[in-house]
Write a protein that binds this ligand. Structure first.
Ligand code: ADE
Ligand code: ZN
Ligand code: ZN
Length: 276
């Protein structure tokens, strides 16, 4: 009996811990990977195919979730998000010593571009990069430092207990009931010029952009709300836009990473704190 209670406690605790560091659910991350595949250059495709041993970006995008319970990867956990006050910009406050999604993305890019890094390690950082660029586009992964990116804002989603973070990670996407490939194949048409515009800016500009959406998201609901169709109607277009943007930008980074020399990457990473 005592043993049963202990087992139950363990299961409860591990479920709660996992819930608190959730990210775009599997479908969200895979959608971003699948959209990125559509925007890759021939050269990037070739390198990625070799590094991933034939797997797709959609397939490897959730690798970071699959290794989450392995403690040897614990130090990557803070890399999935960044928190700073609502009315400020990234870097205006001391950054997290343990790293954050901005430093995480920078680290991954530098590892993949470093010729001294082994193929195996590059493959690991490529999977992580695929995941983290996705996280950077989930508004509440750029939180305000008060509620773990909305994880502590308890609300209901169609009468079921949830929280604001989870609504944005997965509840809306799951309610839509489309597979990741269906979502990736149903993005809004964009001209080459529009795509070019979406790829502009430095990494820290992208954070500022997501932060604006995060502020909007915090204002979209309050503790105790029961969110339903109306919320979905207004907010799901933003989710879809962010999945598309994440995919397009992931491809932009990867297309540059596999060039011998890239002024774009140097510009993209400028003003980003040094990697940990
Ligand atoms: N844990 C703490 N802050 C977080 C955030 N903004 N997103 C996801 N998990 C977090
Ligand atoms: Zn999340
Ligand atoms: Zn994540």
């Amino acid at each position: 009996m005592k043993k049963n209670v202990l087992v139950l406690l363990f299961v409860l605790l591990t479920t709660l811990t996992n819930a608190s560091i959730a990210e775009w659910g599997k479908t969200g991350h895979r959608t971003i990977g699948a959209i990125a595949e559509k925007h890759l250059s021939k050269k990037a495709k070739k390198h990625i195919y070799r590094l991933l041993n034939g797997s797709t970006l959609a397939f490897v995008s959730i690798h970071s979730d699959e290794i989450r319970s392995d403690h040897q990867y614990d130090h990557f956990k803070p890399w999935h998000y960044v928190n700073f006050p609502a009315d400020s910009k990234y870097g205006e406050h001391p950054t997290n010593e343990a790293g954050d999604v901005v430093q995480g993305i920078k680290n991954c890019i530098l590892k993949i571009r470093n010729e001294e890094v082994s193929i195996k390690e590059k493959a690991f950082y490529l999977k992580l990069l695929t995941h983290l660029v996705g996280d950077l586009h989930q508004p509440l992964h750029v939180g305000n430092g008060e509620d773990r990116g909305g994880n502590d804002i308890k609300i209901q989603w169609f009468w079921e207990d949830s929280n604001l973070h989870r609504v944005w990670d997965s509840d809306m996407i799951d309610s839509y009931k489309m597979s990741y490939s269906e979502l990736a194949n149903n993005t809004n048409y964009k001209t080459k010029k529009e795509i070019q515009t979406l790829k502009q800016g430095k990494l820290i500009d992208w954070v500022t952009e997501t932060k604006k959406l995060a502020n909007q998201t915090y204002n979209s609901a309050k503790k105790g709300d029961n969110l339903k169709y109306e919320y979905m109607y207004h907010q799901f277009p933003i989710v879809r836009q962010q999945l598309d943007l994440g995919g397009i930008r992931l491809a932009a980074i990867l297309n540059e990473i596999f060039k011998k020399k890239s002024d774009w990457i140097d510009h993209f990473l400028s003003n980003t704190p040094d990697n940990k």
